[in-house]
Ligand binder design. Sequence first.
Ligand SMILES: *Cc1c(COP(=O)(O)O)cnc(C)c1O
Length: 389
Amino acid sequence: MTEHWQRRAWAEVDLDAISSNAGVLKAVASPAALCAVVKADGYGHGAVPVASAALAGGATSLGVALVEEGVVLREAGLEVPILLLSEPAAEAMGEVVARDLIPTVYTQPGLDAIRRAATRASRRVDVEVKLDSGMHRVGADFDEARRIVEQVVQAPELRYAGLWTHLAVADEPADPFTGEQLSRFDALRSSLEAAGLPSPARLHAANSAGAIAHASSRYDLVRCGISLYGYLPSTAVSPEPIEAAGAGALRPALTWKTQVSHVRTLGAGERTSYGRAYALAERADIATVPVGYADGVPRGLFQGGGELLVGGRRRRVAGTVTMDQLLVDCGPDSGVRCGDEVVLIGSQGAETVSAQEWADRIGTISYEILCRIGPRLPRRHVRGAVGPL
Ligand SMILES: *Cc1c(COP(=O)(O)O)cnc(C)c1O
């Protein structure tokens, strides 16, 4: 990352928090291993530095959605196992083998493609098989999964490295469907065992919510994304198992900072921004903040009553969020000046605004807030707390 910042807006990512969260999750899920899920550029935090920090904290493998994301990690010199969470396209299998990524397979054409790529490269390739146990997004159904596992085991150019599934409602801990999905997964394991097929090196089912809230979903490995970045998967997931593990709490790693770019005092009755949707009830200092929806601030944050931090206090977003800028109402005689630090997500003084708070205000989840922070915003990777720019 560049050391020179043209733009006075950036996301600070505390890599110590990532390492510490990895250690916490490892303690919670132990003896299961931790796979750090770093898809979508590490949920907007920067995949390569996050992956390194997670490995330093105790993760032993990485998970990504795309072949391209695996390639970025390999080009950065990371040599640990990297699992592709969906089956790659047939034409990508050559790259998968060349980069030593672990493909997940669940279709006959996918299996045929990885076999051809392995044979062409004269390599023995690790493969994991995914059961659709009820989410119905990707994966093979019970019978198809059996047929695929049988072929993987018999193919000399493949190594049967894993069998796994994905949970649809683990973040609603009271929902009995998680138990049903795990029963279907267990039934497949038993059926394969009864047929004399070997067990794979790793069985896994848990995302963050599974790892934290469903002990029976931990198996050999947990695949944690959102919790690695310091957030619970939903407000329904209790932090109690984390506290019980005694390895500390999860800490949000990302702080979104900028500086006030302009301040003006407006009289009662003035209206601000596009649509003139915000009216001042009294005279107030209106501060301009130089980030907008092109950077990932949801346009709906104003309607949702969004607040951000200036001078250690919460300030109301004052009018429609625009592409590159937004306005905040600092009230009368605020003392707020051009250049003052603004925190959109994170802490300032005693106040904190979290990605979960934004998510609640606009009706989404913290995941979407974090991974939508745009590429235009520089990421500044730090260790521990740092001062202003
Ligand atoms: C994204 C993803 C995960 C990580 O989920 P979190 O809820 O962020 O922990 C795990 N497994 C699969 C298959 C995924 O797609």
